[in-house]
Design a protein around this ligand. Structure first.
Ligand code: NDP
Length: 334
């Protein structure tokens, strides 16, 4: 059983020496649980936070443990009739060939017969699609005609948020890094306006958003934080709603600076809503049905960036921070 373990806590940007691929004995089946052969693992920005020894919604990954990850795989051995051998399952496991699992939490059986790839349970029908759907439809509650601004817009969550925004009748502005991603925002995901944040200083970014949204932005779906968010807050409409979903620009920062220009929140009487998809666990089936319906109708496109091999876990994971990933980043393990 190969396991991609965390050897030490990264200081700033993770380096290969923070991790090791180790071999260990096959895990034993726990009472009432099962052993799953992992086929696909989700590579998420959140994993960077779990590597830090910091207060959060989950405990830090213990040093020497495999890096925690949501996986889909097949039950290999079982002591639980609800999870029989051969059944496809989804759960919060780790970057390893085989994981030990027990019922509870997010662990559940999945039906892969109707999907093109089981990996879709990590993208469109998984946390990415559900994060986009509930964060926009339930937290922001857009009204037709409102202006929605999405940062990290060409990424997995961002591209889904923008498309759902269009379906719900918003005018959608996306901010992403580079010409190619901006082209994809317009051509592949149907955004109304794309802004390239790279090479723009604060004043230029503020001006670009102002040009795209002369009356201000009603809803901000924030995935990035840092300089991008600091420019956004100068373009808020009165009583704007900010869905604070992620702050990827800060995850590798040795010191978290936080948002400057906070006064703009007061000036515009805006609301910042800290949002975590885990709070919607009991409504996942409803969200997944909605996402599947929009995909079947051709109204929603979710791209996957599938990298191969546990031995490539480090370079694959780093794609999230270099911006190389072209869709939901997934590691194929088996
Ligand atoms: P993405 O597919 O969006 O990949 C990450 C992207 O972030 C990169 O492609 C890159 O795009 C951008 N990025 C990386 N570093 C920076 C930087 N310093 N400044 C600006 N942009 C940067 O990943 P996900 O869709 O999985 O996640 C997007 C966000 O959503 C993350 O912040 C994540 O933590 C959050 N999230 C939150 C959840 C919740 O429940 N609250 C659940 C799931 C995700 P570019 O080339 O444009 O720079």
């Amino acid at each position: 059983n190969r396991r991609f373990v965390l050897l030490r806590r990264p200081s700033g940007v993770p380096v290969p020496e923070d991790f090791a691929l180790v071999s260990s004995d096959m895990p034993k089946v726990p009472q009432n649980g099962f052993v799953v052969r992992n086929h696909f693992a989700s590579l998420d920005p959140a994993q960077r936070g779990w590597m830090d020894d910091a207060e959060s919604y989950l405990p830090p990954i213990p040093l020497g443990d495999a890096v925690r990850a949501t996986t889909v795989g097949v039950v290999q051995e079982s002591d639980n009739p609800a999870f029989p051998v051969g059944q496809w399952v989804l759960g919060l496991n780790a970057l390893e060939d085989y994981s030990v699992a027990t019922p509870g939490g997010f662990t559940r059986c999945i039906d892969v017969s109707a999907v093109a790839s089981p990996s879709h349970y990590l993208s469109a029908l998984g946390a990415v699609g559900l994060t986009a759907y509930f964060g926009l439809a339930d937290v922001a509650r857009p009204k037709p005609g409102e202006t929605l601004l999405v940062s990290g817009a060409a990424g997995a969550v961002g591209s889904a948020v923008g498309q759902i925004g269009k379906i719900l009748g918003c005018r959608v502005i996306g901010i992403a890094g580079g010409e190619d991603k901006c082209r994809r925002l317009l051509a592949d995901y149907g955004f109304d306006v794309a802004i390239d944040y790279k090479g723009k200083d604060h004043a230029a970014l503020v001006a670009a958003i102002a040009q795209a949204a002369p009356a201000g932005v009603d809803i901000v779906f924030e995935n990035v934080g840092g300089p991008v968010m600091e420019a956004t807050v100068f373009n808020l409409a009165l009583r704007a709603r900010i869905v604070l979903c992620g702050l990827i620009s800060e995850y590798n920062a040795p010191e978290k600076v936080g948002l400057r220009n906070l006064w703009q929140i007061i000036a515009r009487r805006a609301t910042i809503h800290g949002y975590l998809i885990a709070d919607y666990a009991d409504r996942f089936p409803q969200g997944a049905t909605q996402m599947a319906g929009w995909m079947a109708d051709g109204r929603l496109r979710v791209d996957e960036d599938v990298q191969h091999g546990l031995e490539n876990a480090y370079p694959a994971f780093m794609r999230l921070f270099t911006g190389e990933n072209t869709g939901k980043l997934i590691l194929k393990i088996a």
